[in-house]
Structures are given as structure tokens and as C-alpha cells.
Design a protein around this ligand. Sequence first.
Ligand SMILES: [Zn+2]
Length: 295
Amino acid sequence: MRRTILLSFCLLLLGASAVSALARGMTVEERRAMRMEKWGISVPYFAQSSSLASSASSAKTNNEQRTTSNVVTGSISIPILVYHHIRPTQGYAKSTWSWKMSVTPSVFERHMQWLADKGYTPIDLDTFACIMDRSCGMPDKPVVITFDDNNRSQYDIAFPTLRRHGFTGVFYLVANRLDNRANILRDEVREMAESGMDIQSHTMTHAWLTTRTPEQLTGELAESKRVLEELTGEPVRHIAYPSVMHNATVRARAAELGYVTGSIMDPRNARDSEDRFKLPRIMMTDETVLERVMP
Ligand SMILES: [Zn+2]
């Protein structure tokens, strides 16, 4: 009798988890395909050299190696924006990093509304890499909107705004900050990933990677990737170097460990000729004029 009850309980649990998995959606590939369809990107073909080849083997068998209608043949240039804090900036002098790393909530709202009004398509970083590799088609006016450092305001203010516009944002998270209430918490990260936000790595401890021993460097890169992948169930293949500290050793180790891009700060658009491990990002402040920044 007791065994029957236990068995029923186990089946119930199994059923519940299957339902929640279904409710949560689909496989990584299915979710990707859905996002791309939404962005108007024709079905990608996965060339051997594609950075997506490893994570898309099932899609490859389904779609064979067919070319796509909106793969760009000419040069490509895509802006990557970066935000840190969404908070009031009064009280901070313009010379300080506190000012430079903040935009007020109303400016952030205005930026997102401007992108929506002008018909920009915020994409995730796998799609960015796929477009740059010419393995995927390009949507209208692509842009990548990134956020660093797990700041709470990114969940409280940026996330709902992005969602309202149907935008995807890329959140570079420091993996050992996930239990700190001043930052975005684990459940919130999961919620963001399930809502289509792109969760990527800003290392394990926000360490300056160029100053680490080889073992520490591997830990910062590999452990953060593992922790974030386990949390969201999505691949983590992109890194933003904390404080832009990187060198040839850091970049090579990141590539060996499965990353396909690395981001720095540099106020210009990313081109297809770009070193994928030195992607320029444009720091957004209260005084950024999007008309001047965006192509
Ligand atoms: Zn940072």
C-alpha cells in the first residue's frame, strides 16, 4: 500500500515537472527558431564554420544547408549599446563613473521608445554572431542592447520596459552575485531568460582577468559559464570582460572554453571585420543622442 502511494506520488511529481517544462516552453533550438521568426530572420543554414554549428545540430539536419534570403553579402555594421544603472543621476558630477554608468529611468524609457519608433530590432548575441558569420539572415535595423553588473534596476526598470516593447536584452551577469539582494536574484534571472532575455557572462567575481593566474582565469570563465547555464538552461557563449581588462591570453582562453565573443567598450558600431573577442560597445549616458549613435 505504502509502495503504491509512493509510486503515485512519484508519477505525480514527474507529471508536474513535465507540465512545467512544457509550460516553460521548448528546447533551446525551438526557442531560438521562434525568436528568429519574430525578428524576420529567414531560417539559418548552419555552415561548418558557423559559431552556432555546435548548438544547432538538430536544426541542421532539419534544414540541411540551405542559403537564406536575407543573408547580407556586403559589409555589416551593428551597434551594441551598454547600460549599467538605470537610476536618477542628480548628485553625481559628470566626471565621475557613477554618472557615466547611469541613465535616468525616463532617459532609458525614451531610448527604448526611440528604438521602437524607428523600427530597430534588438537581437541576442548568438544571432549577432550568426549574422556576422553570414550564417543567418539579418533583420531590419539590428541592434544589441546589453547590461552589465546584475544591478537591481535592470530587473526592476529595464526588464519590464524591454518586455513591453517585445525587445530582447543581453544581461552580462557576475555569477557569484546571484544571491545578493542588491542585485538580480536567481529566480529573477530565470524569469528573464524564460521571457527571452539573453543571459551571458561577466565572469564569476568581476575580477580583472589580466591579473589572474591561469587557474583563476579558467575558473572565472568556465565556472561562470557553468553556473549561468545551469540556472537558465540556455548556452552561455559570450563574455564581457570586467573593467574592459583583457589581453591575448584572456581572449584565447575564453575561446578555448567555448566562448564565441568577448565585449569591450568603444563608442562605435561593430563591423563584420571585427575581432569577435574585442566587440565594441557604446556606453549609454543621460547625454547620449541616439540619432548620432545609431546607423
Ligand atoms: Zn562590470
